[in-house]
Design a binder for this molecule. Structure first.
Ligand SMILES: Cc1ncc(COP(=O)(O)O)c(C=O)c1O
Length: 387
């Protein structure tokens, strides 16, 4: 038997660049951090988990002393959101979901599947949610116990006014749940100042880890008070927290390699200057992307003032020579992966600028787009519809 180590354990540098909302392009060192087999009950792993939980609280601007806890949950981001929604709303509670895109709808669907009484406010997919409408809903329905909002609606890139809506929710003394999946770590967020009681996010977006672990940051008093509400065993948020508190271990097998990658990713986030540093890089990526795309004639779906610097939705050109599938495949062949649209109202595609991407990568993408348009014979984009 040949016991020789392969000499290609270093991650390939030939991977395509991912201009998507996740999984994302990650650093070599984040990928390398996974090249270990660590026992999930080993003291070293328990220490890593504890360190991650502390760092996540810090990124949200809170601490255990302030009464907040970070609970890691196995699975992609949706598992964290489902653990949260299905665990903390009491059986006689009622959830108001503010919807302006696919991820708000997903929260509604999760709640309905668990038999949670749910009401919604639905707004346009290219406009931020309106605090006044939340105020009217809460004033008109004293049965609502919890309000859920998506911070950055990744389906369009629109950024919702989390602070203003938090102030409304707190004014009515209801609990505030925020899905900050695509913004956490990439847009500064003061959890307590925004009145957020529960926040869900995952490793593989602005934290630049790999997929497989999500987390909830919770107001401890609220979490403790939610006992008995969980509708599932594996996604029971309070039980998960109690397990982690008891002996630092997960109740069920954790994705050890993914957690090691997250640990490394958090060190790298810190080295970059924390959330402010990372937000600066993403904002520069976004500005360069918009400049280049506008120069080529593309139009965005979300007005500039409501866009996040996470992901941008571009309207599909009307030129009959423009075929999205061909456009996508040709860019992919050039090593650039973009993302299809996810909206009801318009035909569009999306370009993400989060992950281990820098100004030079955006320039490479823009050059590839220009060359692809020329390959396809799309000479002018002046027939792109206005919003
Ligand atoms: C705002 C938001 N919520 C939830 C999710 C779901 O996360 P996942 O696809 O990791 O389950 C995403 C994924 O893009 C998201 O952007």
């Amino acid at each position: 038997m040949n016991h020789q180590q392969p000499d290609h354990v270093t991650p390939s540098r030939t991977d395509k660049l991912l201009f998507t909302p996740g999984p994302l392009t990650t650093s070599s060192t984040v990928k390398q951090a996974m090249l270990r087999d660590l026992g999930s009950r080993d003291a070293e792993f328990v220490g890593v988990v504890q360190g991650i939980r502390q760092r996540l609280l810090g990124l949200a601007g809170v601490s255990q002393e302030d009464g907040y806890e970070a609970v890691l949950m196995q699975g992609s981001g949706t598992f964290g959101v489902e653990a949260l929604i299905s665990s903390v709303i009491p059986h006689d509670g009622k959830l108001l979901v503010i919807i302006n895109g696919a991820y708000g709808k997903r929260i509604r669907d999760i709640a309905l599947r668990h038999g949670i009484e749910t009401v919604t406010i639905e707004g346009a997919e290219n406009a931020p949610a309106v605090p006044q409408r939340v105020s009217e809903s809460l004033a008109g329905d004293s049965g609502i116990t919890h309000v859920a909002l998506v911070h950055c609606e990744t389906s369009s890139g629109v950024l919702n006014p989390v602070r203003e809506i938090g102030a409304v929710v707190k004014g009515f003394q209801r609990a505030f749940i925020v899905d900050a999946m695509s913004s956490f770590g990439g847009i500064p967020l003061d959890m307590a100042g925004c009145g957020i009681d529960y926040l869900a996010a995952s490793a593989n977006k602005c934290l630049e880890g790999v997929p497989g672990i999500s987390f909830v940051i919770a107001n401890r008093a609220q979490l403790l008070a939610s006992g008995g509400a969980a509708r599932s065993v594996s996604l029971d948020l309070l039980a998960q927290w109690e397990g982690l508190e008891k002996d630092g271990q997960f109740r069920f097998t954790p994705p050890t390699h993914v957690i090691l990658a997250l640990h490394q990713a958090l060190l790298e986030l810190n080295e970059e200057g924390g959330v402010a540093g990372r937000a600066g890089r993403y904002a520069a990526n976004h500005a360069a992307l918009l400049k280049g795309m506008r120069r080529m004639g593309f139009r965005e779906y979300v007005p500039s003032e409501s866009q996040s610097h996470i992901i941008t939705t571009f309207l599909l050109p009307q030129d009959p020579k423009f075929n999205f599938e061909a456009f996508y495949q040709r860019l992919s062949a050039k090593g650039m992966v973009i993302y299809p649209g996810k909206l009801n109202a318009v035909d569009c595609f999306r370009i993400g600028n989060i992950g281990r991407l820098f100004a030079g990568d955006i320039e490479s993408l823009l050059a590839a787009i220009e060359a692809t348009l020329s390959d396809l014979g799309v000479s002018t984009l002046d027939r792109i519809p206005s919003r």
